[in-house]
Design a protein around this ligand. Structure first.
Ligand SMILES: [Zn+2]
Length: 172
């Protein structure tokens, strides 16, 4: 099954590269060209040596983001962030910033990890896990009243509603 398109912010989309469909685990990075297409999709630099160079650090960052979200343990995330920083600079007279890392292989991982800090700084309560207990996806709720419950209404929303409907209409 192809990965559901999440449209979520970078950090959450990274976590969402692992998903479960009908009890089976999937990993976008295990798909052919999955890693490279994920990098390209997010305008992250693909190293000249090829995408494999960043794989290990990126999966470390993915685990770290999940651990921070699901277990409240921020040490792995901070360990990833310790590999870089954002340096302010002027570009054509405009304020800008560039990411500085101790090894270029950390660049995508660092950017994704830093994105979680940004999200939690903006609206921590809007960073939520899908309400379907069988789903492992995370999302950033941008609805006006904060009422979003599902990673995708079409997938988990409907599935849960159908299950409830079947349960409540089961013959005694
Ligand atoms: Zn879901």
């Amino acid at each position: 099954m192809p990965r559901p398109l999440t449209g979520e912010p970078l950090a959450l989309d990274l976590v969402d590269t692992i998903w479960i469909d009908q009890g089976q685990d999937f990993d976008q990075f295990d798909e052919p060209d999955g890693l490279e297409s994920w990098l390209t999709e997010h305008a992250l630099p693909v190293p000249p040596e090829g995408p494999e160079v960043v794989r290990a650090h990126l999966t470390t960052a993915r685990d770290a983001v999940r651990t921070a979200l699901e277990q409240g343990d921020e040490r792995p995330l901070n360990a990833v962030l310790a590999h870089g920083s954002r340096r302010p600079l002027l570009r054509d007279g405009e304020p800008a910033a560039e990411v500085v890392v101790d090894d270029p292989a950390w660049t995508p991982a660092w950017i994704a990890a830093a994105d979680l800090v940004r999200l939690l700084g903006e609206r921590r309560e809007r960073v939520r896990k899908c309400a379907n207990p069988a789903c492992v996806l995370w999302f950033y709720d941008l609805t006006k009243n904060g009422s979003r419950r599902w990673c995708s209404m079409a997938v988990c929303g409907n599935r849960t509603k159908t299950a409830r409907f079947q349960q409540s209409h089961r013959r005694p």
